[in-house]
Design a protein around this ligand. Structure first.
Ligand code: HEM
Length: 223
């Protein structure tokens, strides 16, 4: 049964929609958490520490954080695998006899594919930068994310990488949220306009909220 659903195009689209919505919830929480940087190092670092102790004493130190990490990795793998398989299917289904007039994927589809690749690369960079410190520009200090974030956005390439990724994220969420709503059956003639507005507002708020951090550092509001 599960196999049949997974093999169907609609099954893969459902996997994409559900995993996408899980990541969207994480991103809303992450963006709100990041904005605490405007309240100073004490509050931001305290929040980062809290992320590791949530659920205590029932949960051990970092258990909740690891649970979230496992769910997110599963969501990313499911999302990327179904995206890859759907795009292979789409390419195979194209008629090959019209070699000169090869039908190209629509603008939205191409933006989603490139956006997905950019975001995948960004997530790897971001974890190596601010979680493990492997590619960090300054002297990375575990447990001091405020200083680490300020160091990242004190380099030109840190700002370029994050801002380009956040713009890609906005476009990806704008179209992705809309597609997910259609796949999950939320779309209808009366609701489509409202769904489009929700997608626009979500994308705009997330992009602006995330970009506020590098802009805050660049303008000296956060230092
Ligand atoms: C300006 C934008 C962003 C800033 C300033 C930022 C900041 C941070 C910081 C400071 C951490 C480390 C937290 C800690 O160890 O306590 C972190 C972790 C993380 N961020 Fe971001 N983030 C941004 C955007 C994003 C975006 C757009 C995504 C996803 C597309 C993302 C996904 C993650 C993930 C998956 C982790 C790893 C969590 C973990 O396993 O510890 N972040 N971020």
């Amino acid at each position: 049964m599960a196999r049949t659903v997974w093999d169907s195009t609609v099954g893969k689209k459902t996997v994409m929609a559900v995993s996408g919505l899980i990541m969207l919830l994480y991103l809303i929480a992450h963006m709100i958490g990041n904005l605490k940087i405007f309240f100073g190092a004490g509050e931001f670092n305290h929040y980062a520490h809290w992320l590791r102790t949530v659920g205590e004493p029932f949960m051990h130190y970092e258990w909740t954080l690891w649970l979230i990490r496992v769910v997110l990795v599963a969501a990313v793998v499911a999302h990327a695998t179904s995206a890859y398989q759907l795009s292979r299917r789409d390419i195979r289904a194209r008629p090959s006899k019209y070699v000169h007039k090869k039908p190209r994927a629509s603008y939205a589809t191409r933006t989603m594919r490139w956006g997905g690749i950019i975001l995948g690369l960004f997530i790897v960079w971001h974890i190596l930068d601010l979680t493990t410190g492997t590619v960090h520009s300054g002297g990375f200090q575990a447990g001091r994310p405020y200083q680490n974030v300020v160091d990242t956005f004190s380099t030109w390439y840190g700002n370029v990488i994050y801002i380009v990724a956040m713009l890609a994220l906005g476009l990806h969420i704008r179209h992705g949220f809309w597609s997910a709503a259609q796949t999950l059956g939320a779309g209808s003639r009366t609701r489509d306009r409202a769904l489009k507005t929700v997608a626009d507002v979500l994308a705009l708020l997330l992009t602006a909220g995330f970009i506020a951090v590098p802009v805050g550092v660049m303008t000296g509001v956060v230092s």
